[in-house]
Design a protein around this ligand. Structure first.
Ligand SMILES: NC(=O)c1ccc[n+]([C@@H]2O[C@H](COP(=O)([O-])OP(=O)(O)OC[C@H]3O[C@@H](n4cnc5c(N)ncnc54)[C@H](O)[C@@H]3O)[C@@H](O)[C@H]2O)c1
Length: 250
């Protein structure tokens, strides 16, 4: 049994993780902690893997503390910059236990990770490409980090294939053509009733390919979280790993 502690356990994601761990046949819940709780309760004796879903302003401090306490960490909290990732790498270099792991997933939804991957595969074969992301109206950033990542992947694949700019004869634009990320137009829709959705459109003369990923509720993230917990607990990923694609044998 993998002993899993959850930090941010009373949050929307953390409470789903508690339920998912309790339902998993190969995992058991160790500690469920939230704001104000003492993280030093978590030790290698009671915990194999910590799942961290809190808020961007505290996640780095939590991860550094947990690494110092000798436990592996799976992180879903967003807001990771290159500087913060470097701080995690430095902490892992001084970690008390050999081969300690931190895994950070900007997106735990397997459908979204695969859509991103398929988009990169398809990109060299189409003259046009655009990304549309659709979310609930409470989301504070636009476009989503996932959509930016998808557009960057398409842009890189196009550049590698020697494709030029996407065709676009727009002469006037009041903002409707979206944000251009590495040459790819990205559009954001905010609509009550939606959760998290992404559509990647590719076009050639006379044909279109649409890749679409839909996360209907937070349960969609749990298979990815449990996959990450199992991979990290296996000991096969020492150091810092970013992105669920590393665990999908793509
Ligand atoms: N990677 C993914 O696939 C994915 C998916 C959904 C959400 N997220 C991200 O996960 C994070 C959490 O989202 P949410 O919707 O659950 O938020 P939430 O606000 O519902 O939950 C955050 C929880 O963290 C707790 N918390 C705050 N400070 C803490 C601290 N110092 N120590 C311990 N707990 C603390 C809060 O009390 C709260 O219970 C956000 O950054 C969100 O963007 C990531």
């Amino acid at each position: 049994m993998i002993k899993v502690s959850v930090v941010g356990a009373q949050g929307r994601m953390g409470s789903h993780v508690v339920d998912a761990v309790n339902a998993a046949p190969d995992a058991e819940l160790a500690l469920a902690l939230d704001a104000g709780d003492d993280l030093t309760q978590i030790t290698p004796e009671n915990t194999d893997v910590v799942v961290e879903f809190t808020v961007p302003s505290v996640a780095l401090g939590n991860v550094l503390a947990l690494v110092g306490q000798g436990v592996d960490v799976v992180v879903g909290t967003t807001g990771w910059t290159d500087d913060k990732l470097d701080a995690v790498r430095a902490a892992l270099a001084d970690a008390p236990r050999e081969g300690q792991s931190v895994f950070i997933a900007p997106n735990f939804a397997i459908s979204a990770v695969l859509a991103d991957y398929f988009a990169r595969l398809a990109a060299p074969y189409f003259e046009s490409a655009e990304v549309i992301e659709l979310h609930h109206p409470d989301k504070v950033d636009a476009p989503s980090g996932t959509a930016i990542h998808t557009a960057q992947g398409i842009g890189a694949a196009r550049a590698k294939a020697g494709l030029g700019a996407v065709p676009d004869n727009t002469q006037t634009d009041g903002g409707s053509r979206g944000q251009v990320v590495d040459g790819v137009h990205v559009h954001a829709v905010r609509l009550r009733g939606l959760n998290a959705h992404e559509e990647v459109l590719f076009g050639n003369a006379g044909e279109q390919l649409v890749i679409r990923a839909d996360s209907f509720d937070r349960g969609s993230f749990m298979p990815g979280v449990l996959l990450a917990v199992r991979k990290v607990a296996s000991g096969g990923f020492p150091g810092l790993t970013v992105g669920l694609d590393h665990f999908l044998d793509l």
